[in-house]
Write a protein that binds this ligand. Structure first.
Ligand SMILES: C[S@@+](CC[C@H](N)C(=O)[O-])C[C@H]1O[C@@H](n2cnc3c(N)ncnc32)[C@H](O)[C@@H]1O
Length: 147
């Protein structure tokens, strides 16, 4: 499993604790535990450096609460055949509730569906208001690469 912008590693640990090999990428890896089941990759994903995982493919790519659109081709390219993309982040409308409110960090209506159209098979998709852990507008998708 590849955890992009893994932060404190809550999803990395979730998968590692269930026996999955995990690679966690973030520019700040100080909060990622030195868990033997987690490969930690410190990388700035927005400074124009080459994609740090060239040639590698994962059974799942997880991205939550993070959006940097130029990365999208690399995220899809990191999926092994049969691999699953799990992506959830804020969308337009979230500005009513606070940050992020900058459109650069807010998905447009239907954007995750557009991202995977013709490439992945959609298992589940939602665009909705949530109240836990606080009010926010989010989009979330689970989509599988054929194969
Ligand atoms: C809101 S946190 C989300 C963390 C985690 N995905 C979660 O949902 O718990 C955003 C993460 O993106 C990382 N991040 C922000 N800009 C980044 C960049 N340019 N390159 C790599 N990571 C970055 C931050 O360090 C932070 O850990």
């Amino acid at each position: 499993m590849l955890d992009i912008a893994a932060g404190g590693g809550r999803h990395s640990r979730f998968f590692a604790n269930r026996g999955h090999p995990v690679t966690a990428v973030d520019r700040d890896t100080s909060l990622l535990d030195l868990d033997p089941g987690i490969e930690v990759v410190r990388a700035d994903l927005e400074d124009g450096s080459p994609w740090p995982l060239v040639g590698r493919a994962f059974g799942a790519v997880v991205v939550t609460n993070y959006l940097h659109r130029p990365l999208m081709p690399d995220l899809l390219g990191a999926l092994a055949p049969g691999g699953v993309l799990l992506y959830e982040t804020f969308m337009v409308g979230n500005e009513r509730f606070g940050r992020p409110s900058n459109p650069d960090y807010l998905l447009k209506d239907g954007e995750l569906l557009e991202l995977v159209r013709g490439r992945l098979s959609v298992t589940a998709y939602e665009a909705r208001l949530i109240s836990d852990p606080h009010m926010a507008m989010v989009q979330r998708i689970a989509a599988r690469r054929p194969g």
